[in-house]
Design a protein around this ligand. Sequence first.
Ligand code: XLS
Ligand code: CA
Ligand code: CA
Length: 437
Amino acid sequence: MTEFYPGIPRIAFEGKDTDNPLAFRYYDPDALVAGKPMRDHLRFAMSYWHTMVAEGTDMFGSGTLKKKYGSADAMESARNKAQAAFELMDKLGIEFYCFHDRDIAPEGETLAESNARLDEISDLLLSLQKQYGKKVLWGTANLFSNPRYAHGAGTAPDVDVFAFAAAQIKKALEMTVKLGGQGYVFWGGREGYETLLNTNMGLELDNLARLMRMVVEYGRSIGFTGDFYVEPKPKEPTKHQYDFDAATVIGFLRHYGLDKDFRLNVEANHATLAGHTFQHELRLARESGFFGSIDANQGDLLLGWDTDQFPTNLYDIVGCMTEVLKAGGFTRGGLNFDAKARRASNTQEDIFLGYIAGMDAFALGLVLADRILQDGRMDRFVEERYRSWQGDLGRRIRNGEATLAELERHALAMGDVAVGSGRQEFLESLQNRLMFG
Ligand code: XLS
Ligand code: CA
Ligand code: CA
């Protein structure tokens, strides 16, 4: 069998003192953290599009890394790519993968041809999954690359485009079910607008919800028992995307009665593009009952676009893993590395080094988040800060029993209130001590 990554061994855990760049320093899949193996906490997934497809093209230059997998024929290349994908997951010890329909099989001249190609490649993927013991975390449809989606897909002004998008999602969902995927993602790359001058916002929002409702009904009818996810992102490629951030998406899902079937797939880079921290988006998802899955990456705060870098920022990762632990862990979701090596990191080895960097950072982040939670001082501080809500008045307000008149009487009797310190600097220093001390 052809080896697509010759010279790259299976990556093993060697501990933090190793000098071997092709080894894990912190990710020890079987090591127990809070009573559960690291691999089950982290549920790492490979993104097919960045890892297997993207060649490093940008606005100013062509690819720096060839990904034709030994054939100029598109289908032959897709078959080889699938073999390469499983070799890579096997070498890295990654259990899951995520895909768009067009990542695994190239689009044909007609929808029928595209579908036939998907049938063929999904047969191959299914047999590779069995051979290597790998699973699909989630599938999705690419409703943004083809020029037909220039004005949107579910929010297109043209009903025929809407129908095309619906047909494409139907097939992508069937492929996800066939491959045993436990999630299906909606990311609205072109579901937004460039200018309100040509946009009927009300109709577009209603149509997007109509499409999602149809997909849920169809999915349940073909035995999809997993989660549907919306992945918030504020902009890029459109100026404004309707799935702007977690709060906007949660409001949308509730407004249209889709909240029972949908959760969020939160991406770090999208959070910062929306002007939030990664942890903010995860906290809101968790507190609102929409915690689902995560696209693990990081952006560059000095750049206003989606750089999809491998995540190495420990503060962000500890914030993320704190939310994951507090949510009780993933149920069907996981950590999908929606990340790519930089354009100038142009060797095959760089892809492995990127994954190793991300996996190690999340393994360390998990250990540190658990340490902070076990220590308990951070949580106790917050509990103490809200202590007054446990008293009589607090309880009456929380139970909806208090009235404005009662609160006025209470305030008049007090004169004024002296408030305590938020102690932010102390907490930031404590966090550093717990992480690195
Ligand atoms: C693009 C998104 C996309 C989704 C899946 O910015 O991150 O890759 O994760 O369509
Ligand atoms: Ca993503
Ligand atoms: Ca992204």
